[in-house]
Design a protein around this ligand. Structure first.
Ligand SMILES: Cc1ncc(COP(=O)(O)O)c(C=O)c1O
Ligand SMILES: [Zn+2]
Length: 434
């Protein structure tokens, strides 16, 4: 695979013009066959396209999968490329400089399970990815696509974690990165991008404003790969690896139920797609499973639609500490609704105070420090049990998508020294801690 360096691969008009056909390398997208419309099923050849030419619906990748065995996968590297046969990436993907994300730990959460009254609970801890969120997975796939399209700039609008992942992956691959964030983003997430790129752009507006701006720039500028805009179909496939890993780490079987945070809704829909593919490929036994979506009350357009029993999602203006989930107009929201309803799951939301409590709960029961998105997910899990929406006797997986060091402020007023003492035994004894 050629390296992503702008000087080596000069952008062609075709590579940036979504109306024309780029010259693609044989096998550039592995077993991917075409782009298919998620609304009308119309298929078009692979290329830098993201909207259906017939109905403007979102496009996703369709595959012709060969026979894939568990043994082949298990013989692969301990990162997402062990599933490369199921992704839109070339066979030699491991050779290209990338962050090698994935294969994060799946922990049996005995203490949290006992506290919440869930018999069989697991935490999939994606905060241990290279830039400490699940976004490294999607960015690795987007980088591969951007390389094949000879993109000269690797870019994204982001609620924070994606900017961190794009900036780091671009630095390692030697491609120029430009990342756009809302200007009120948590400081650690700003630093975590700016350290990798000199082109962090803070926009005065919320994520939805940033996203609109990115779409406009994508239309104006040649050769820009906005990972979650014009290469979104390729990018989104990276989220499937989270689902594959859970199944493999459970001994090649699916859990009974899974709780996933929802911003755009892409991650949730792709975990479901991953489970369906594993069933179709005969890699796991077919069984029912329930998918639950988690939102913060201050940005809960999908949860509101779910509870109202309607299909349309009304966009909202976010106001929550869960900034990574603060997407008021979620691109995949309607698919989240469908999946949660069809599988017998639900979409639920909690207050910011409950998010803070859940961050501390997870830390003190399992030693995992999650950011506000994980607080939202664990807090929603707790609420689902308390309200009888989730069966605590079934095997349950909850996903932690990001690290708590990125949102320290969320809990810095909640926790601190139990006592400040003089360096003497008497002073310590007086605290009553012993
Ligand atoms: C930590 C974290 N969790 C979850 C999400 C939600 O992902 P999605 O937009 O795929 O729903 C995000 C999105 O940025 C995130 O940063
Ligand atoms: Zn269509």
């Amino acid at each position: 695979m050629s390296t992503v360096v702008a000087e080596q691969a000069s952008p062609t008009p075709e590579s940036s013009d979504s109306g024309r056909k780029p010259t693609l390398r044989e096998g550039a997208f592995g077993n991917a066959r075409a782009l298919t419309c998620r609304e009308c099923g119309h298929e078009i050849p692979l290329g830098p396209h993201y909207a259906c030419s017939e109905c403007f619906g979102p496009l996703e990748i369709a595959y012709d999968f060969p026979a894939v065995t568990r043994e082949q996968i298990e013989a692969g590297p301990r990162n997402i490329w062990r599933y490369k046969a199921l992704l839109p990436v070339p066979d030699d993907i491991e050779q290209s400089p990338n962050m090698e994300p994935g294969f994060t730990r799946l922990l049996k959460a005995h203490n949290l399970g006992r506290t919440l009254g869930i018999d069989n609970l697991w935490v999939k801890d994606d905060s241990t990815n290279p830039t400490n969120s699940f976004k490294d997975r999607v960015v690795a796939c987007a980088l591969s696509a951007a390389t094949e399209f000879h993109s000269k700039v690797f870019a994204c609008p982001s609620t924070g974690n994606l900017a961190n992942a794009v900036a780091a992956a671009g630095a390692r691959a030697g491609i120029k990165t430009v990342v756009f964030i809302p200007s009120n983003l948590e400081k650690p997430k700003q630093v975590n991008s700016a350290v990798y790129t000199d082109s962090l752009v803070a926009v005065n507006g919320n994520y939805d404003d940033v996203n609109r701006l990115a779409s406009e720039i994508a239309g104006e500028e040649d050769g820009w790969a906005f990972v979650n805009v014009n290469v979104r179909p390729y990018y989104a496939e990276g989220s499937k690896t989270l689902g594959y890993e859970i199944a493999e780490q459970l001994g090649w079987r699916l859990p009974d139920q899974i709780v996933i945070p929802v911003a755009s809704g892409s991650q949730l829909t792709k975990v479901h797609k991953a489970f369906q593919e594993l069933i179709k490929l005969g890699l796991v036994e077919e069984k029912p499973y329930k998918v639950y979506g988690a939102q913060a009350e201050g940005c809960s357009p999908v949860s509101v639609a779910y509870k109202a029993g309607v299909d349309a999602i009304r966009p909202v203006k976010p106001d929550t500490i869960a900034k990574s989930l603060a997407i008021g107009n979620p691109a995949d929201g309607i698919y989240v609704l469908d999946i949660c309803r069809e599988t017998g799951g639900a979409v639920e939301d909690i207050t910011d105070d409950q998010v803070r409590e859940a961050i501390v709960l997870l830390a003190r029961t399992e030693g995992i420090f999650t950011e506000t998105a994980g607080g939202t997910t664990v807090g929603v899990l707790k609420k689902l049990v308390e309200t009888g929406q989730l069966d605590p006797t079934l095997e349950t997986v909850v996903i932690n998508t990001g690290h708590g060091l990125k949102t320290l402020d969320a809990v810095s007023d909640q926790v601190g020294p139990a006592a400040t003492i003089d360096p003497s035994y008497a002073s310590f004894a007086a605290t009553g801690i012993a």
